[in-house]
Design a protein around this ligand. Structure first.
Ligand code: GLU
Length: 297
């Protein structure tokens, strides 16, 4: 991506955006380490944003614990940590902008109704557009969906090359605000990445399928599209992504260097065996000098 050197935008501003639904597990450590090394090895900034959009799913103390683990691991972020729970007004403004363009419609379908009347897409049932032409019945609380189209949305992932998706066939019109008033991850992440001036997004490949939806929203809202790199994700013996939902265990920070080495090894980097005896600072010195993202896949 070309950068205008006369603007104050940094050439590289990356981020790590964990959801505080539990302690940091190995899968999120890999995303943290990968995004940090990409940013720092390119003399970029690295920001942390706590994605606590959904209060019932938030675990008390998890955000502080994640930040504490990052500190123990020697990962220093730039600026103040942003919490999505403070940002509802910004999400509301973005939704209003889309509404003014006639791109949002209310939807009264229950989860079950959507599941019953649709086929499964890349991320659950494809919304068949039931409420596109207006609500069938008056409901007091409705979700807000964005109209999609089927022109392919394309981007070049730094590791995976060209990725292409047609939204209407892949997901259908997707929810930006749930009926309970909670803003959807897809909207919040786009608003926040733009507000924080993020130029490069490095995260797990479990989000690869979400990126076209996010690029679509960036286009509708007139935001720049960052560069993307989707890292491999850990899967367990059942073939599920390691996540808080699949009971991934918290990493053991009594041995921070061991954890950091495991994370860079997972990304196909080859730290020398003796590094395990070294300090966190020496680990990062080695990692910054020897980081080779082209080896990841
Ligand atoms: N909060 C998301 C997660 O923990 C990551 C969002 C992102 O990196 O875009 O899975």
């Amino acid at each position: 991506m070309a950068h205008n050197r006369n603007t104050t935008l940094p050439n590289y501003r990356g981020r790590f955006a964990p959801s505080p639904t539990g302690p940091l597990h190995f899968g999120s450590l890999v995303a943290a380490v990968g995004s940090y090394l990409e940013a720092r090895s390119r003399h970029g900034e690295w920001l942390v944003r706590i994605e606590n959009l959904d209060p019932p799913r938030e675990v008390v103390g998890a955000a502080e614990e994640i930040l504490n683990v990052l500190e123990v691991l020697g990962m220093e972020w730039d600026g103040a940590v942003v919490y999505q729970s403070w940002r509802n007004e910004a999400y509301q403004d973005a939704l209003a902008t889309l509404e003014q363009q006639g791109l949002i419609y209310p939807c009264a379908c229950s989860r079950k109704e959507v599941a019953d009347s649709s086929i499964i897409g890349i991320d659950g049932p494809i919304y068949p557009g039931t409420c596109r032409g207006g609500l069938l019945a008056r409901k007091s609380s409705t979700a807000s969906r964005v109209l999609t189209h089927n022109h392919p949305i394309e981007f070049r992932d730094a590791l995976r090359g060209l990725v292409r998706q047609q939204l209407t066939s892949a997901t259908g019109d997707f929810v930006l605000r749930r009926a309970d008033g909670i803003y959807a991850y897809q909207l919040a992440v786009v608003v926040d990445d733009a507000a924080q001036g993020i130029t490069h997004i490095v995260r797990g490949a479990d989000l690869l399928d979400s990126t076209p939806r996010q690029i679509y929203l960036q286009q509708l809202l007139g935001y720049p599209t960052p560069a993307y790199m989707h890292l491999p994700v850990m899967i367990n013996a059942q073939g599920e992504k390691l996540s808080k939902q699949t009971q991934a265990t918290a990493i053991d920070i009594s041995k921070p260097v061991t954890q950091l080495i495991a994370a860079v090894r997972f990304l196909n980097q080859m730290p020398p065996a003796e590094l395990v005896e070294s300090s966190v600072a020496s680990f990062w010195q080695w990692a910054m000098k020897n980081w080779q993202p082209e080896k990841i896949l």
